[in-house]
Ligand binder design. Sequence first.
Ligand SMILES: [Fe+2]
Length: 386
Amino acid sequence: MDFSFYFPVKLLFGRPIVEALTEALETALGNSSRHPESASVLLISDPGLAGTGLVERVTERLHHDRWCVSLFTEVRSNPTVEDVELALEVARANEVSALVALGGGSVIDVGKAIGLLMANGGTYADYQWHGRPIIRPILPLVAVPTTAGTGSEVTKVTVIGDPETHFKKGVLSPYMFPRVAVVDPELTVTLPPRLTAATGADALVHALEALLGKRSNPITDGLATAALTRAWRFLPRATRDGDDLEARREMALASTLAGTAFDQSGLGIIHSLAGPLAAQYDLHHGLCTALLLPHGLAYNLPALDNKRATLLLALGMPPSASDSEVVGEVKAWVSKLGLPTSLGEAGVSGPDLRALAEEASRMVLLPNNPRPATASDCQRILEKAH
Ligand SMILES: [Fe+2]
């Protein structure tokens, strides 16, 4: 057995964001004795969070701690390179030396992209899919997730959409990690049930695919199993009662653990199918993973080795459970979340499935899936999910 594990992110878990942010910025800048006034910080967020007053509270605290702060709060929910270019203009105009990304995966991904371009020059398109090499670490970034799902605060990847097709192309490098992740579970309390369910399902699928992926290793297995157990148990609770702080805390932890795991071990067939599906129909990424979860798992179950027992233990099922019983339980879990349970219900048209399957079969994530899959296999999974 040989593997590597590289994780350079300082994680501050559980402290209120307004209390933790100055320490996080000092750590990110690498010199805690430096006077905050000498560093210009860009706070990146989205219009929804700006409307809740959270951005204002955080900005006030940063001003109080004497940081020089500029704002970009226009990140859209499926950001494209246009969002990145707009935010980059603000970052350049203010000569910022650090970034705070306060929001869901979209906001954190835009933060990584700005940090990349500030440090390395060029445009986002230059770097996507292993184009131009990244030669310098991104600008110091503090990532503050407000959803429990993407795990972007602890990963070295950003995915930004093409403005015409909305298809998301990733940029990945060990230089792309945020310097600090501040995970304050209370920030997720105001998330509505549907978004809680969709983002949380994404976290569970990250954990599942990290556990089963070909590049998994004993460290990612431990992280993925801990994430899977938590998301399976606590997502229905967090969805049912948003004020259930224990469930919110466990989901925030599940998301961060799953992000740390899949960043190193890769993903699989569910994410390979979810990418083209979300782009084509402008659907929420997490919703796509929830819709595909039972069917992607059903495809993989016959090919699992000793991971099958680990998986069933994490899901609280007996080792004797048959494949169809496992899939039945997973379907019941997804339907408890109150999300659509078929692609048809989510507005996906039957005749498009062939083209979606072709696209999924070309995804770079797919070779990491425990069971090889052709375009026809992908199409059969989509048909079952329809
Ligand atoms: Fe995902």
